[in-house]
Design a protein around this ligand. Structure first.
Ligand SMILES: C[C@H](O)[C@@H](O)[C@@H](O)C(=O)CO
Length: 531
């Protein structure tokens, strides 16, 4: 007889065995706490797939495995996708496309592993796929917000969230309107190319912009291969790469060198990373790209050290010069070449538009995405830990390269090592944004924030409970609570750019919103006034 109390549970994981094994204890602890809360409300959690002793974890670790597991889940049953780790959404997406019962995505509010990041990627992917779902998050699965939400979901199949901070953008005025419209018109007339080095990183379905939506904005993809990047890196001379390395050292960037290739950063890893940097600029020039994205994961991760150092350098106006192979021409001289991490094409659109609008406004054009990794209250405000897995432009640190260091990427994600471009982002006024896809439309959320200087001890604490090797930004997002942000945000990534002060940040936000609107997107302002 069918037991109406049963709620099925699946857990999507990484593709990398090491990451799944290292992170499994956190997942097991989270599932236990979650199951107890469900039981308190008279439900019963049944795992739809087991812990596999041979693998030493219980994650869905491939798309095919996910499809096979979903065959045995009754399609109309209530289903929880529980996440304490970074996960590849395509492991569960196929099964969820045909699931008719209520779906709840849940993450533990912890910075230890990027579980919240995984949850947000899944939510963005489900949104793009048009699959109905609800979502919840909790520190211990016993708080009122979580229990109320869980109860509502178990009773009605949905969770209602407060989204009163989201306002339809009403159009900009004055200079912001002119600049935004002019940039959109320029894109339509002149067109622009984003170079995509192997589409579809780590199952991030939400990060792939279908051509029919992209082309309406004036942006087109050049589909590039990471194989050609690896080859081009072999063509860079040792003399050139040595000069690039010296350039960085001369500006005070620190490299945390060791000797063990398996766990430490070595000079040879860094030199390969810098060859990749030079190669990427040359390929971008060859194909006339206005921005590029290197996925690094599947494929390149087995061939070269991490792409992050190259990515951070590309995003900075002041960066080591790169010349054409014949040495005659400096490429992209005096400017950043916007790079979108993990080939997140939504971020690619944003990076290009931000780069251009900020330059027009005379603002620092360096922009980047971060993961929405974690956050906690500090001194009466909710301060987010924005942290990306490797690199930000050095201009985001108070003293540029002199405040930047390169640390070895964690071995469980980056077997072949390579260094990050890391540091603590300086205080200041920022514009945040996210382009996403819903109902086969490009949409964009924008808002304002302030990067705060936390006491050193608190900064260190936050770094130590997340990933110490990765660059961090401590941000207060204006007019948006933690739960509102989580409920609305449709991506693991959030885009950020600094302005000079509050007034210039407000103007830049409006100019970008206007540009996005003129590019055909449905634009919302979050936490700030619509006009
Ligand atoms: C290395 C990890 O897999 C990261 O790529 C992950 O935490 C992310 O940054 C996801 O946006």
């Amino acid at each position: 007889m069918k037991d109406d109390r049963i709620i099925y549970l699946v857990a999507s994981g990484d593709l990398r065995l090491d990451a799944n094994q290292v992170c499994w204890p956190a997942q097991a602890a989270m599932e236990q706490a979650l199951a107890q809360s469900v039981e308190r409300l008279s439900g019963k959690v049944v795992r739809a797939h087991p812990y596999v002793p041979d693998k030493k974890h219980g994650f869905l670790d491939s798309q095919r495995y996910g499809m096979d597991v979903f065959k045995s889940i009754p399609e109309d049953a209530p289903l929880i996708v529980a996440e304490a780790v970074w996960q590849y959404s395509h492991h569960v997406l196929p099964g969820l496309t045909t699931h008719t019962g209520p779906i709840l995505t849940v993450a533990n509010w912890s910075g230890q592993w990027p579980g919240l990041v995984g949850l947000l990627n899944l939510n963005g992917s489900l949104t793009k796929a048009g699959i109905a779902y609800s979502s919840l998050w909790s520190v211990d699965f016993a708080d009122e917000f979580f229990l109320n939400g869980l109860q509502e979901w178990m009773r009605t199949g949905t969770v209602t969230h407060d989204r009163s901070h989201v306002h339809a953008f009403q159009g900009a005025t004055g200079r912001a309107s002119q600049i935004g419209e002019a940039e959109a018109a320029r894109l339509k007339k002149e067109k622009a190319i984003i170079g995509v080095f192997d589409e579809g990183c780590m199952g991030m379905f939400n990060a792939i912009v279908p051509d029919h939506l992209l082309h309406r904005t004036g942006i087109f993809k050049e589909r590039l291969s990471q194989s050609s990047l690896a080859y081009a890196a072999t063509q860079v001379s040792d003399v050139e790469v040595e000069a690039t390395f010296q350039w960085l050292q001369h500006r005070g960037m620190r490299f945390a060198f060791g000797t063990d290739e398996a766990t430490e950063l070595t000079r040879s890893q860094v030199l390969l990373q810098l060859k990749m940097y030079i190669a990427a600029v040359r390929i971008a020039d060859n194909f006339g790209c206005a921005a590029i994205g290197i996925q690094y994961q599947q494929g390149l991760k087995d061939v070269l050290p991490a792409s992050d150092l190259a990515e951070g350098l590309l995003n900075n106006t002041e960066r080591p010069p790169v010349f054409s192979a014949d040495g005659k021409r400096e490429l992209f001289a005096g400017t950043a070449l916007p790079h979108f991490n993990e080939v997140d094409e939504c971020a690619g659109i944003d990076a290009l538009v931000t780069h251009r609008i900020w330059n027009t406004l005379g603002l620092p054009p360096e922009n980047t995405l971060h993961d929405l990794r974690f956050g906690e209250d500090f001194d009466g405000s909710f301060v987010w830990v924005l942290e990306i897995s490797g690199a930000v432009p050095a201009a985001h640190f108070a003293n540029g390269y002199a405040d930047a260091s390169s640390e070895r990427q964690p071995p469980m994600y980056f077997r072949l090592g390579g260094g990050t471009l890391t540091g603590n982002s300086h205080p200041g006024e920022i514009v945040w944004s996210r382009v996403f896809i819903e109902n086969d439309r490009l949409k964009a959320d924008l808002g304002r924030g302030t990067v705060v200087r936390l006491p050193e001890q608190e900064t260190e604490r936050r770094w130590s409970i997340t990933t110490r090797q990765w660059p961090m930004m401590s941000a207060v997002l204006h007019g948006v609570s933690r739960n509102q942000m989580m409920a609305q945000h449709k991506a693991n990534h959030i885009h950020v750019a600094y302005a000079n002060d509050a007034a210039t940040a407000d103007e830049a936000m409006m100019a970008k919103a206007e540009c996005f609107r003129a590019m055909g997107m449905e634009v919302s302002l979050c936490g700030v006034s619509p006009a």
